[in-house]
Design a protein around this ligand. Structure first.
Ligand code: TXA
Ligand code: MG
Length: 345
């Protein structure tokens, strides 16, 4: 059975128990400021293998190593490029993962055989205490079953992982609710996955940053090697998700048409609205994702809302938004949840 311990009421006892399990090569789910992670000793290949089994994750998808201090990257990377120091000083601890050439001590199980390794220093207190007490880098993907929306509460983790892992540390709801920005520093700095640290924020510090082609479109064959995680169906609820993008008033009009069409077919439909458009949907089944003018609110509610709506409907009609700032992270996750079923009007 899976034990759940609150690190809000018992931070010391919870993280000590977690660290003991990590040292023994077992798995522990823990909160971070982005989403919940499923952690194992990142230097122990057998422990890392257990992550792939518990999640049902394809083992050609590499993992992020989580560290408690900046200097830990020295032993995980072949060397530390100058640009990484600037980024770590500005954004760590926080929701930014950096990829660079790996050192020999990093097991193949972590990197899926790539020459590079992803590292991040989380901000969350429970995560930091767990890593410090474990005294190893912790390899951790999001703590969901592979393909499901990432968990932003301990309850979500339990839904997916009950009976599969010994312990979940419950630190409450995650602050950002969307996974970290993944930035490759091999060659030109390139965002492989957008997150709360936006392209604009990065460019203000290091100048031009590229975007991987797969961020808003399905992955092309030649991009697979660069960003293995992006090739899988991601973040998807069982319900069908349809996204409509464009001027908000026209989006609402089109969504109401689709709502009628699906309801007539006898399917249960729910609208994922924004604060600005909710009035158009009075009398219909809808939930508000957040504020178009503050896309971080959309990001932080998206995964929880997808899980929630999935329990009561067959079709989710979701509004798309502008892709500037954290709108890019939101649209990246939403389009994947929809399997790129999207209308631009
Ligand atoms: O916020 C987060 O990043 C969360 C929390 C738990 O820290 N973790 C997370 O891990 O989202 P995961 O495994 O669900 O996503 C990691 C992503 C995947 O898309 C993976 O393919 C990519 O990072 N990745 C990891 N190492 C890589 C590497 N060496 N090269 C290219 N992509 C890499
Ligand atoms: Mg994930």
């Amino acid at each position: 059975m899976t034990q759940v311990i609150s690190t809000i009421s018992q931070p010391e006892a919870g993280t000590s128990m977690g660290a003991e399990l990590i040292k023994k090569g077992e798995l522990v789910a823990f909160p971070t400021e982005t989403v919940y992670g499923l952690g194992a000793n990142g230097l122990n290949a057998d422990a890392v293998e257990k992550i792939f089994i518990a999640k049902g994750r394809p083992n050609d998808n590499p993992l992020i190593l989580h560290v408690a201090k900046k200097s830990d990257v020295k032993r995980l990377w072949a060397h530390v490029p100058k640009i990484a120091n600037v980024l770590m000083d500005t954004f760590w601890p926080g929701p930014l993962t950096l990829i660079f050439n790996r050192a020999d001590c990093v097991p193949n199980a972590v990197t899926a055989g790539l020459d590079t390794v992803a590292v991040r220093m989380p901000q969350d207190k429970t995560a930091r205490m767990l890593i410090q007490k474990s005294d190893v880098p912790i390899a951790a993907p999001s703590a969901n079953l592979s393909g499901k929306p990432s968990p932003t509460t301990a309850r979500h983790v339990l839904e997916d992982m009950d009976g599969r892992i010994p312990l979940i540390l419950d630190g409450g709801a995650c602050k950002y609710g969307v996974e970290s920005t993944v930035l490759s520093l091999v060659g030109k700095p390139t965002i492989l996955r957008p997150g709360a640290v936006t392209r604009e924020m990065l460019e203000a510090v290091i100048g031009q940053v590229e975007l991987a082609g797969s961020i808003l479109s399905p992955l092309k064959e030649r991009e697979v090697a660069l960003s293995p995680g992006m090739k899988y169906k991601h973040y998807a609820p069982t319900a069908q998700v349809i996204v409509v993008c464009g001027e908000p008033r026209l989006v609402a009009k089109r969504i109401l048409e689709l709502y009628m069409q699906t309801t007539i077919k006898g399917e249960v439909c729910e609208i994922a609205a924004t604060k600005q458009t909710q009035n158009f949907y009075r009398g219909k089944q809808y939930s508000v994702m957040g504020d178009r003018d503050d896309p971080m609110t959309l990001c932080s509610n998206l995964f929880a809302l997808l899980r929630d709506m999935d329990t009561r409907c067959d079709v989710i009609l979701a509004e798309g938004v502008d892709t500037s700032g954290s709108g890019l992270a939101f649209m990246n996750r939403l389009l994947r949840a929809a399997g790129f079923s999207v209308e631009y009007i």
